[in-house]
Design a protein around this ligand. Structure first.
Ligand code: HEM
Length: 123
């Protein structure tokens, strides 16, 4: 059986993969390059597998914490942030002029998700 800490690690590895993918796409579009197909797939897959790991680790932790049946409302706000960071890769690819705005907002969004996970606010 996978324990809480392993799920947590999966969650955090997902976060690293997500931002690794973001970085690859954002830096190259900011530089004005078009990535060759295999490099684009590399970055996109890192982002996509990261999303999957975040979800897997997240729901795994919820199960271990006994919160999976009656999910608290903070989970939904994290799911919303997950969705936004999932779609944001398309923005990173196309809107190079917004690179700084994206960097700052993606970090703020991810930090908010982390803060919510750590404090589990009741609202
Ligand atoms: C992109 C979105 C997300 C980010 C950046 C993120 C990030 C984090 C971080 C950094 C932590 C702290 C881990 C620790 O305690 O050391 C955390 C905790 C947690 N996250 Fe997420 N998370 C995201 C999405 C989700 C989703 C979608 C779920 C649920 C399906 C989820 C469920 C949890 C739970 C249950 C914890 C608490 C673990 C505990 O107290 O032991 N997270 N998250």
């Amino acid at each position: 059986m996978i324990d809480l800490n392993t799920y947590k690690l999966i969650h955090l590895i997902g976060l690293m993969l997500l931002f690794f993918g973001f970085g690859g796409v954002l830096v190259t579009s900011y530089a004005g390059f078009t990535l060759p197909k295999k490099a684009r797939i590399f970055a996109m897959m890192s982002h996509g597998i990261g999303l999957l790991f975040i979800l897997l680790g997240g729901f795994g932790m919820l199960a271990r914490l006994g919160l999976a049946k009656d999910m608290p409302s903070w989970v939904y706000s994290k799911l919303l942030i997950w969705l936004v960071l999932g779609g944001a890769i398309a923005l990173a690819k196309r809107k190079a002029d917004l690179a700084w705005t994206m960097l700052i907002s993606f970090i703020i969004l991810a930090s908010t998700a982390a803060f919510i996970g750590l404090t589990k606010p009741v609202f």
